[in-house]
Design a protein around this ligand. Sequence first.
Ligand SMILES: [Zn+2]
Ligand SMILES: [Zn+2]
Length: 145
Amino acid sequence: MSIPALRQPKTIEEKIPTYNEPQNFLIVTLNDGKKLVVSSDAYHGILATGQLNRCVFCETEMVRDVICKERHKASENHRKILEGYPHIDEFKENLLRKLNAANYYCTICNDVVMMHYARRHIQESSHHQELCKAKARALSYKPYN
Ligand SMILES: [Zn+2]
Ligand SMILES: [Zn+2]
């Protein structure tokens, strides 16, 4: 004689790709004062590849583990290396960084982009969508501390 449980309302799913791990975000302020909020992994150049996480700036691979990843991001060595890869002024809010002689790193998309392809990349709709999200997040973003 149990009363049937009420159906739970469906949770509204955001139209963003789902990640296995919680995403931390951080704010990037441009020279002109514009703000963008990007994922912490993207900012730190951490790419997930199969079983591994790879730091594109330090060129190191690590086990795909949150603690391991956070430890790497917080490490002095990584932070020092990261300083050597500023966002290029010329690309403004598109947040490209020169990775090496042939590649840029797109902080917006969290991906490596071939240098000769960069101009096209920033006009692509996938990049544009990510950029819009980064701008939208900045409107509602409240840093923790
Ligand atoms: Zn690193
Ligand atoms: Zn991009």
